[in-house]
Design a protein around this ligand. Structure first.
Ligand SMILES: [Zn+2]
Length: 365
């Protein structure tokens, strides 16, 4: 059992409106020749904004479109490309899988990595972890990295232009952070870098929740109109930085374990990670018999963020008891984060909590 407590974080986290026009200034601290791995849909912006910004800072660049899946093969293809062109810094521009690929490429190349998220739906930007998939797009393994990214540059203007569903999903993932960190801390469980949770981790997770509660409505006004406001940037600090760093130092618990179990429900395959975590959080609150006010506050945030509330909102056609027992079994698997709950939770407990959480969700619809 680990005994050390940790806080791990990117070296720099920078957020502002229009930062991509100035990217060279941030990259030049780390290298003079960059491999830029980016999502295809972002091509025009890379060519018209990012490259001129790099040229201005006298940084050479090699451009490469991300193939779409974070596989061993893709990582090694990009690593070889980095070697051929003698680059000394890796830059990832895109969604979670692109960023995980950039982090892994930099790790194998032993070069610094600069992360530029274009959506705010996952914790990928700030964590020292990549999720590796096989060629069929199925989960293969976690790659634990020795360090977090060197810099995470968030251009709030770019994120405000992305589809609102990604922004909402990020809120769902971030909403669970405090409740999971609290459970893990009380259980003296194991955090995401396989050490004990720290007080700082719990504190950051709590700040994440407070910022969401106070800013979600005004931030939704901003993204619905594709404009940047202080409330929007406050939410991005919560969903991109505090959610990732808070979870990494504070640990996960039932909400993510239930999300992992939900992977066997085919109706939910199109749901975003953060959307499923939201339901996982309701399940955790039922398991904890959380105070009524806390449940109502969480449901208010879910509805304000226009996140799915019930399993049917998530895409479920019919509830089949047998399949949901399987969800509960996977959620309770050895080594999963259900083990971070303060009291022992059985498969039956989780199944019952799922059923009750969906009933609760329907009552508040
Ligand atoms: Zn998550």
């Amino acid at each position: 059992m680990p005994t050390a407590r940790t806080v791990t974080s990117p070296k720099k986290f920078i957020i502002g409106n229009g930062l991509f026009n100035n990217l060279g200034q941030y990259i030049q601290d780390f290298g003079s020749k960059a491999l830029i791995i980016y999502d295809a849909f972002f091509e025009e912006k890379v060519k018209t904004e990012v490259i001129p910004a790099l040229q201005q800072a006298k940084i050479d660049s090699v451009l490469e479109v991300f193939s779409g899946e974070c596989t061993e093969k893709e990582i090694h293809r990009l690593k070889d490309l980095a070697s051929t062109h003698h680059v000394n810094v890796i830059v990832g521009i895109g969604g979670g899988k692109t960023l995980d690929t950039a982090k892994s490429t930099a790790f194998y190349k032993k070069e610094p990595v600069i992360i530029c998220p274009t959506i705010a739906s996952t914790d990928a930007p700030c964590t020292a972890l990549s999720v590796i998939y096989n060629e069929q797009g199925e989960f293969e393994r976690y790659l634990f990295l020795p360090q977090n990214p060197d810099a995470v540059i968030v251009d709030s203007h770019v994120i405000a232009q992305a589809p609102i569903r990604f922004f909402s999903a990020g809120i769902g993932d971030a909403l669970a952070t405090y409740f999971e960190a609290r459970a893990c801390y009380n259980a003296d469980g194991i955090n995401l870098v396989l050490q004990k949770p720290s007080r700082t981790g719990l504190g950051l997770a709590h700040m994440c929740y407070t910022l969401l509660k106070d800013n979600v409505a005004q931030a939704m006004d901003a993204v619905e109109n594709k404009v940047v406001t202080p409330a929007l940037e406050t939410i991005l600090e919560a969903t991109i930085y505090l959610s990732g760093v808070g979870a990494e130092a504070g640990g996960l618990a039932a909400a993510h374990a239930v999300n992992n179990g939900m992977s066997v429900i085919t109706d939910l395959h199109k749901a975003q990670h953060g959307e499923k975590v939201t339901f996982g959080l309701l399940t955790q609150l039922v398991l904890e018999n959380a105070p009524q006010q806390e449940i109502e506050d969480v449901i208010h945030i879910i509805k304000t963020a226009k996140l799915p509330l019930t399993l049917e909102d998530l895409g479920l056609q019919t509830f089949e008891a047998q399949k949901w027992r399987k969800v509960a079994e996977i959620a309770c698997a050895e080594g999963d984060t259900m083990g971070n709950m303060p009291r022992k939770v059985s498969v039956d407990d989780v199944y019952n909590a799922i059923v009750a959480a969906n009933a609760l969700a329907h009552r508040y619809k």
